[in-house]
Design a protein around this ligand. Structure first.
Ligand code: 4NP
Length: 149
């Protein structure tokens, strides 16, 4: 199973989602993340995301930001988007129904009925990052249960 987490910059939300999901699935799974913009390409995750993950025993410090590519649509089985704008952008890049079917809104797939979007913490503070971590942790637990081994 190959899972791709996608947000805007690939330095805050999707690196956290990748790091958390990796702690929950078998080693044989591939879990990666990407952004819809290339502005932060090559950078490590935001320091606040690294610190928040570390507070929970998850190491995301070695990840590097990269933009989503055409081959991602072929490589990955599931593509989870952190918010509605990202979802719309990713869906617009899919070239056929097979690719479109791989794409979902992360919290919708997780069955979170309270929150549709993982809020962007980039302009916020450590509390916002912790809130994102909690949403992702709960969501990853739910998604992991639906994925075939
Ligand atoms: P992310 O957060 O999409 O969760 O990685 C953001 C990172 C960077 C920017 C916006 C959101 N930015 O505008 O540079």
């Amino acid at each position: 199973m190959k899972i791709l987490m996608v947000c805007l910059g690939n330095i805050c939300r999707s690196p956290l989602a990748e790091g958390i999901m990796k702690t929950k699935v078998p080693k044989s799974f591939i879990v990666d993340s990407a952004g819809t913009i290339s502005m932060h390409e090559g950078e490590h995750p935001d320091k606040r995301a690294i610190k928040t993950a570390a507070n929970h025993g998850v190491d995301i410090s070695k990840q590097r930001s990269r933009p989503i590519t055409r081959t991602d649509f072929e490589t990955f089985d599931k593509i989870y988007c952190m918010d509605i704008d990202v979802y719309a952008d990713v869906v617009s890049k899919a070239k056929n129904e097979d690719e479109r079917q791989k794409i979902s809104l992360f919290l919708e797939a997780a069955g979170d009925h309270k929150n549709a979007e993982v809020p962007d913490p980039y302009w916020g503070d450590m509390k916002d990052f912790e809130n994102v971590f909690q949403l992702l942790e709960k969501g990853c637990n739910a998604i992991k249960e639906q994925i075939p081994k």
